[in-house]
Ligand binder design. Structure first.
Ligand code: NDP
Length: 491
């Protein structure tokens, strides 16, 4: 007879660490140029943000390195890749997608280790979506004539791609997959703090037998990115990052004739009406701002609550925050991981201090933060005025500002009162209100009764200071193509 187990008086989760044995790190990484590893002239140390453990030495790409990479990309473009039938290019993209799926655990562990995001997010969001982007654009590679009928789509040439640290592999996939599908070659610069999955991706390229030079990876800080932007033989720049750097790039490229897409910052409004499913909305709010520690350009960082449900909603939200598990990114139970870098942590701390000083009321659930590494507790600010910095500026951390409204018109006016325009969320039972709100929002993506949903078939991009151009979907092909419209339409 089995003995009855006593009922535990503590229901906390036991640690469930993911093993990092699956990842093999090199001591030092060079630059991936023309299918080979070039020895770096200078290196820097990349860290694990959870405990500041040095992980590897990574190349600080110089102007000469960028030049070699662009030459390799130009050579690969001219010597076969651009003239390869689309169905052949698709084969490589399908291979890359399948290899990413096969090696997804290895990539997920490395992404969490180097970036600080919870393993359950890198495992269940970043990796499946990265593979899905390659699958999706593999499907378009031989159908460009159908996608743009009578316009004779042709590749642009060499694409310079600069990506941030919040979704390192996923941003790589968003950029590399459509570029290759359209017949371009690529020089990509990962963010300084998160180069490791891009470097592991080079191994995938070799495994997929992608011709040398089609994708080149040059690591380094902003100087390496600037050298890529400045290079005369780059035909197109695709940039995701801060509005400030985006503006500098736009100024630099003005008049050069180079194509440019910018995916910049955001300060999204998540708008909750009093007829919504309240518990569902609370989950959406949490997902909107605490997913990936709030390091999300489309994060729902401004919450607008209809006045009549303000109190119950804020109470439920605070209660839900007490159940978030903050800690080791490699623990499968972790909801909120480490802040990506010391610099980002300082920026969050500075803005949170400004919020307190301006008069907002702060709430943070009781949670013990690890002593080493970069950590910030999930934070809610109430009593926020629209003019406060925490309601205006992108914090890019796990910090939510709560504001209120009475009527739909007021919600629209307040939500659009921002220099940004990347995304928005609407929570209501009424379909007609969802459609009306979606039309009124000056934002590239509007989610209804959900938040932070991504799909390779759906275009993503901003208005105003959130940038221009679209990534994803059919629209995501266009920036990587030139068209012969004059011949077809102009006579
Ligand atoms: P940056 O815009 O500086 O970084 C984005 C990428 O651009 C990185 O690869 C970066 O290199 C590179 N870069 C930096 N300077 C230049 C330059 N002059 N020319 C070309 N490339 C350059 O963002 P940060 O990482 O500094 O983050 C600052 C703020 O930007 C965050 O707090 C957040 O508000 C916002 N941000 C928005 C993102 C988004 O998805 N919209 C993503 C990341 C940040 P390096 O890594 O060395 O700096």
């Amino acid at each position: 007879m089995t003995e009855l187990q006593p009922i535990p008086d503590d229901w906390t989760y036991a640690p469930a660490p993911e093993s990092r044995d699956i990842v093999t790190l090199e001591r030092e990484y060079g630059l991936f140029v023309g299918g080979e590893w070039l020895a770096p002239s200078e290196t820097y140390t990349t860290l694990a943000p959870r405990d500041e453990e040095p992980l590897a030495q990574v190349a600080q790409g110089t102007e000469e390195d960028v030049d070699r990479a662009v030459q390799a990309a130009r050579g690969a473009f001219a010597n076969g890749w651009s003239s390869l039938p689309g169905s052949e290019r698709a084969k490589y993209l399908f291979r890359i997608a399948r290899i990413l799926q096969e090696r997804s655990r290895e990539f997920a562990v490395l992404e969490s280790l180097n970036g600080g995001k919870p393993i359950k997010e890198s495992r269940d969001v970043d990796l499946p979506l990265a593979a899905a982007h390659f699958f999706y654009y593999a499907g378009w590679a031989d159908k460009l004539e159908y996608a743009f009928p009578n316009r004779r789509p042709r590749p642009v040439g060499v694409a310079g791609q600069i990506i941030p640290w919040n979704f390192p592999l996923l941003m790589l996939a968003w950029k590399v997959a459509p570029a290759l599908a359209c017949g371009n070659t690529v020089v990509l610069k990962p963010a300084e703090t998160t180069p490791l999955t891009a470097l592991l991706f080079c191994d995938v390229l070799r495994q997929a037998e992608l011709p040398p030079g089609v994708v080149n990876i040059v690591t380094g800080d902003g100087r390496t990115g600037a050298a890529l932007v400045e290079h005369e033989d780059v035909d197109k720049i695709a940039f995701t990052g801060s509005t400030e750097v985006g503006k500098a790039i736009q100024r630099r490229l003005a008049g050069t004739g180079k194509k440019l897409t910018l995916e910049l910052g955001g300060k999204a409004a998540n708008i909750v009406f009093d007829d919504c499913a309240l518990d569902q909305a609370v989950e959406g709010i949490v997902n909107g701002i605490y997913f990936n520690q709030g390091h999300v350009c489309c994060a729902g960082s401004r919450l607008f609550v209809q006045e009549s449900i303000y109190e119950p909603l804020v109470e439920k939200l605070k209660q839900r925050l007490t159940t978030l598990r903050v800690g080791d990114p490699l623990d499968k139970n972790t909801d909120v991981g480490a802040i990506n870098s010391r610099m980002q942590l300082e920026k969050i701390e500075e803005l949170v201090a400004a919020g307190k000083e301006e008069g907002a009321e702060i709430y943070q659930p009781p949670c013990r933060l690890p002593e080493k590494g970069y950590w910030f507790a999930p934070t809610v600010f109430t009593n926020v005025a629209q003019s406060y910095r925490i309601a205006q500026e992108e914090i890019f951390g796990p910090v939510l500002s709560v504001l209120t409204f009475r009527t739909p018109d007021e919600a629209v006016e307040k939500a659009n009162n921002t220099p940004y325009g990347l995304s928005a969320g609407v929570w209501t039972e009424k379909g007609s209100r969802i459609l009306w709100m979606a039309q009124q929002m000056r934002a590239g993506v509007v989610w209804a009764n959900t938040f932070n949903r991504f799909d390779p078939t759906s275009p993503f991009g901003g208005y105003k200071e959130s940038g221009f151009g679209r990534e994803g979907g059919l629209h995501g092909l266009e920036p990587y193509l030139t068209f012969d419209d004059s011949e077809t339409f102009g006579g």
